[in-house]
Design a protein around this ligand. Structure first.
Ligand SMILES: *Cc1c(COP(=O)(O)O)cnc(C)c1O
Length: 280
């Protein structure tokens, strides 16, 4: 087994047999020629499959320990893709502290498509237990919430949902798999706005969804191909390029945050510093 750092730094490398290119190329072609009738190369049309996107998706699924990954055109497209797993009158229990865009999308789905969302404090595990009913189809939390930075106990929620037919969905944008891997703690689906730490250079709007289970992934893949919010090949390349340095960047950011917290704590004009020392 390689170290997680190696998975990041080697993502997509040395996987191009025809030229031996070390870094995976950007395949911009939208359509693919078949060798003969019924002889597809495995690639037909880019919305369905693209070699550059496949490389990103397979590499990131391995990093998150999932069965498969869908790379989407934004973090919100990733969340909308996950909502496509549900139908009217399904109920979801969701964190009361959520990214504003997620809350807006949930409100819209509630008003127009009759999905029901119940909001609970993500730090109160008992509140989730008390709110689950026969109609509960999913639980959705952010591992560290945006904006209030609450650190949610993903493992405790994973344990609570064991043996229950409820999808546990975690938006892991703020921690990234370098700091937390929700699928190893009982989550079924992980979502990212890859626009933030993962791509890391403020030049690539992108999202990722990883499913632990092959069947859930197959459903997501089907909706992704049907609705078409796929990540463009050049952005897949930028995202892979960003991911290669994620461990280095995050180590430095964690170190800087620690020094900043120490400085602010010692400052006479500062009353209180909110600083999350360690993740689970
Ligand atoms: C930014 C963000 C999103 C939305 O992602 P976009 O890439 O901006 O569409 C979703 N969840 C969280 C936690 C975010 O911070």
């Amino acid at each position: 087994m390689y170290q997680l750092d190696t998975y990041f730094s080697q993502l997509g490398n040395k996987q191009e047999p025809s030229t031996g290119a070390v870094t995976y190329p950007v395949h911009l072609s939208t359509a693919y020629r078949h060798n003969d009738l019924h002889e597809s190369t495995g690639f037909d049309y880019t919305r369905t499959n693209n070699p550059t996107r496949d490389t990103l998706e397979q590499g990131f699924a391995a990093i998150e320990s999932g069965a498969g990954c869908c790379a989407t055109s934004s973090g919100m497209a990733a969340i909308q893709l996950v909502l496509s797993l549900f139908q009217s009158n399904d109920e979801m229990i969701v964190s009361s502290d959520l990214y504003g865009g997620t809350y807006r999308l949930f409100s819209d789905y509630e008003a127009r498509f009759q999905l029901k969302f119940t909001y609970v404090d993500p730090l109160n595990i008992q509140a989730f237990t008390d709110t689950i009913t026969d109609k509960t189809k999913a639980i959705f939390v952010e591992s560290v919430t945006n904006p209030l930075l609450k650190q949610v106990d993903v493992k405790a929620l994973g344990d609570l949902l064991k043996e229950r037919d409820i999808l546990f969905i975690v938006d892991n944008t703020f921690l990234t798999p370098y700091l937390l891997k929700p699928l190893t703690l009982g989550a079924d689906i992980v979502i990212h706005s890859a626009t933030k730490y993962l791509a890391g250079h403020n030049d690539c709007l992108s999202g990722l969804v990883v499913a632990k289970d092959e069947k859930v992934y197959a459903s997501l893949f089907q909706s992704h191909n049907a609705s078409g919010g796929t990540l463009a090949p050049f952005d897949c390349y930028l995202l892979m390029r960003g991911l290669k340095t994620l461990p280095l960047r995050l180590d430095r950011q964690v170190e800087t945050a620690k020094r900043l917290a120490q400085y602010l704590r010692a400052h006479p004009s500062i009353k209180q510093v909110y600083y999350l020392e360690r993740v689970q």
